[in-house]
Ligand binder design. Structure first.
Ligand SMILES: Nc1ncnc2c1ncn2[C@@H]1O[C@H](COP(=O)(O)OP(=O)(O)OP(=O)(O)O)[C@@H](O)[C@H]1O
Ligand SMILES: [Mg+2]
Length: 379
């Protein structure tokens, strides 16, 4: 059973128990079970690639949520009071900079132009009347550095960083998600310069916003806030977004002044993979290992796959030593067996991406992805 199916089964369980509680007059318990059920359906929807199924699961989530609302006498207040304090403000001050990000030179350069230079040298942009800003949307396969480079961007300019996981907002704050979004922008205004990063933005991205009142309101809140920044001069708030399902995104979010630039964060190339091996093996007991060879052998693997490979390889001599073997350094063989045992997590993504993008009729927007898809198995 897939993760999504497990969540659906869980959601159905909640819904059933909720109904039973409702029928026996235990309203309070019924409300909380309906909400649990709605959250489980939402989480399932997030993990569902099939659009029709995804929509169906979102509908169920909404039904359960509305049922809880209908039963609840002081719904929103109660919800707010019990949970608000448990969700900390998402502000961070990342301490990594671009130096920590291996490769991705083109992506770094675009971010420098659109975000870093305008923040550091507003006067230059004033003189040349270059219109800076507009959000940047990062897209690409999982585990290749979207979230990582967003954090490093904030580190580069010492900006406050608001890491907003939309999936989390939707599942925790279903029904009042748009207030949460406005709250984030308000906090970002109070702590400029700031970067608001909408991670996993596909959680609101289904192109069904017109039919789904909650998601529709969230998209509208986001658009209004983004447009608001553009019109108020001198505000140092920049917007980044990231998704690994760009085809599911509402195109309204890409219109000018919002996410005007969309950038592919590609899988690591040969020299980047070598750097990643260097980064992950730093400070470890490494034997005679040819990192260039490892880089050659890992085409089609993501940065986080490579991190896993290093972790697995390092554990082999460790396990031996724990079991009474002689301690030894990590050897080429250890890496070989780690690589053999680990499938690439991006090859299946490329096949899916290629199919979905061709279906969506937006091949032009995602051209850079289609150009490399074949190389990574996207037939
Ligand atoms: N270019 C890179 N240089 C150094 N480390 C990297 C790089 N890219 C990714 N990593 C490492 O891999 C981990 C996973 O990357 P990250 O979380 O940024 O992936 P992502 O693209 O956001 O994936 P998802 O789509 O699943 O959210 C990071 O925490 C980081 O440690
Ligand atoms: Mg990420």
């Amino acid at each position: 059973m897939s993760d999504a199916e497990i969540l659906v089964a869980k959601a159905q369980g909640y819904a059933k128990s909720a109904k039973k509680m409702e029928d026996t007059g235990n309203t309070e318990r019924a409300i909380s079970l309906y909400r649990e059920g709605a959250r489980a359906y939402l989480d399932a929807a997030k993990r569902t690639h099939d659009r029709r199924k995804r929509e169906e699961r979102l509908d169920f989530a909404q039904m359960l949520y509305l049922r809880a609302e209908a039963l609840s006498p002081h719904k929103t207040r109660e919800y707010e009071e019990t949970e608000e304090k448990t969700l900390p403000a998402p502000m961070e001050k990342p301490n990594i900079t671009f130096d920590a990000v291996a490769g991705l030179e083109d992506v770094k350069e675009e971010i420098r132009q659109a975000i870093i230079y305008p923040l550091k040298h507003p006067e230059i942009f004033e003189i040349y009347k270059v219109k800076a800003g507009g959000g940047i949307l990062l897209y690409g396969p999982p585990g290749c550095g979207k979230t990582f480079i967003a954090k490093a961007t904030a580190g580069e300019v010492s900006a406050s960083f608001y890491h907003v996981k939309l999936g989390e907002i939707l599942s925790k704050w279903f029904g009042e998600s748009e207030e949460r979004i406005s709250g984030v922008f308000e906090a970002a205004r109070d702590s400029q310069p700031s970067i608001v990063f909408f991670d996993e933005i596909d959680a609101i991205g289904t192109k069904r916003t017109a039919e789904d009142p909650v998601i529709g309101r969230v998209v509208n809140a986001l658009l209004t806030e983004m447009d608001g920044i553009e019109s108020i001069r001198g505000e140092k708030i920049l917007i980044l977004g990231a998704t690994n399902q760009p085809w599911a995104l509402d195109p309204a979010l890409r219109r000018s002044g919002r996410f005007s630039r969309i950038l592919l964060v590609p899988p690591p190339d040969l020299s980047t993979r070598k750097k990643l091996f260097e980064i992950y093996m730093r400070g470890r007991l490494l034997g005679d290992v040819d990192l260039s060879k490892l880089a050659e052998r890992t085409e089609g693997y993501s940065a986080s796959d490579i991190a896993d490979i290093c972790e697995i390889a390092a554990k082999i001599p460790l396990k031996e030593a724990i079991n009474g073997g002689t301690p030894r350094k990590i050897a080429m063989n250890d890496f070989e067996s780690a690589i053999d045992g680990k499938g690439s997590s991006i090859i299946p993504w490329f096949s899916l991406a290629k199919r979905e993008i061709e279906k969506s009729g937006e091949a032009d927007v995602f051209r850079p992805l289609l150009e490399i898809a074949e190389k990574y198995g996207g037939k």
